[in-house]
Design a protein around this ligand. Structure first.
Ligand code: AMP
Length: 120
């Protein structure tokens, strides 16, 4: 699989500070910020700072430090937003996953009962 990262995507622009975001948590390897169109009371996006297009790209090519930093950000988002009752982490990927932004991100959704995982 060839991964061709496009640095003009909107999350790359957020990482460069070219457009604003509502930061929830940040460390050396990851940034977490509120989704601009929330679909639940808590809807945060966790993204790596490195140029990875998708979950499988990140899983294959990210360093151990990047993996650790990303998962630490997920844990901090859960703690900061108070998701003790549970949540859903979603990483839409490419065409079948209906991924709109080609920079790897995990949606963290919670704060209400979310319903079953797939609708069709
Ligand atoms: P996906 O379809 O999984 O690629 O999801 C992309 C997500 O990015 C959507 O939930 C959008 O609402 C969100 N989004 C797009 N632009 C921004 C932005 N400037 N700030 C925060 N979230 C955004």
């Amino acid at each position: 699989m060839e991964y061709a990262y496009d640095d003009q995507n909107i999350f790359a622009k957020i990482l460069r500070g070219e457009i604003p975001n509502k930061t929830v948590y940040e460390n050396d390897h990851a940034l977490a910020f509120d989704d601009i169109a929330p679909q639940a009371p808590v809807h945060v996006l966790v993204i790596p700072k490195g140029p990875y297009m998708s979950l499988d790209h990140f899983a294959r090519d990210a360093s151990a430090a990047e993996h650790h930093g990303f998962m630490q950000a997920v844990a901090e988002v859960c703690r900061i937003t108070g998701l003790e009752a549970g949540f859903r982490g979603i990483s839409n990927t490419r065409t079948h996953g209906i991924q709109d932004v080609p920079h790897y991100h995990m949606h963290i959704l919670g704060g209400r009962q979310l319903g079953r995982m797939l609708s069709d």
